[in-house]
Design a binder for this molecule. Structure first.
Ligand SMILES: [Zn+2]
Length: 226
């Protein structure tokens, strides 16, 4: 949400405001897709954070299971693909029925493009993207979880490097920043998995320690009791 005031230049019109609203909604719905499937597997969703590069649903505990990880990972992009499929006939209808140059045509086109790009970016095999998680789930069928994570991170770093190089070639400086973030986030998660697989180390689960999760749960319980 912090991006909202930054992305809107002083001269921004109605279209820019609507486009930004559609972008934020797309991120929220994507994260809700992950969250709903996670909850079906009995995983608690602690919170959903929105930030400049997208969103992140923080899950209380994800079991090291290919099946669970694959279902949760695929749910987010699936929401975007479904909405893009809904958007295409609306876009065609707008083109057919409205006068050329209508803002509604532009809005419908932007809606479809946002969801296609969001699904496409998230499905890149650049761990910890959703595509990267699918790679880990696939590798985990033959290796243990740590080995699968190491494999997915290696592939992810290679893809991040390609993204950075592509950004430099086409002169888009956001892409190297995104690549750097992917590299960093992949390394963080790999470190967490390594720690979890090293006996005798206290492990924060997705940024929260077990004690913090217990405290949050206790606090929620107190709120319910009010
Ligand atoms: Zn996602």
């Amino acid at each position: 949400m912090l991006v909202a005031p930054l992305a809107l230049a002083p001269g921004a019109g109605v279209f820019e405001v609507v486009a930004l609203g559609m972008l934020v909604t797309a991120v929220v719905l994507h994260e809700l897709g992950h969250s709903l499937v996670a909850r079906r597997f009995g995983i608690r969703v602690i919170d959903i954070t929105l930030w400049p590069l997208g969103g992140m649903a923080r899950l209380s505990h994800v079991p090291e299971s290919s099946r669970v990880e694959a279902w949760i990972a695929v749910a987010g992009p699936a929401v975007n693909v479904a909405l893009a499929i809904v958007g295409v006939p609306l876009w065609i209808a707008a083109l057919a029925l409205l006068p050329a140059g209508s803002e509604w045509i532009r809005i419908a086109a932007t809606f479809v493009v946002i969801h296609v790009l969001m699904a496409g970016f998230n499905l890149l095999p650049a761990f910890p993207t959703d595509g990267g998680r699918l790679v880990r789930a696939w590798l985990a069928r033959r290796r243990n979880w740590l080995g699968a994570t190491e494999g997915a991170v290696r592939i992810g770093r290679f893809v991040a490097l390609l993204i950075a190089v592509a950004g430099v070639i086409i002169g888009n400086w956001m892409l190297p920043v995104v690549a750097l973030w992917l590299w960093w986030a992949g390394s963080q998660e790999l470190a967490q998995v390594r720690a979890r697989h090293t006996p005798g180390v206290a492990v924060p689960v997705h940024g929260y320690t077990d004690q913090e999760i217990a405290r949050i749960e206790a606090y929620r319980g107190r709120l319910r009791g009010l």
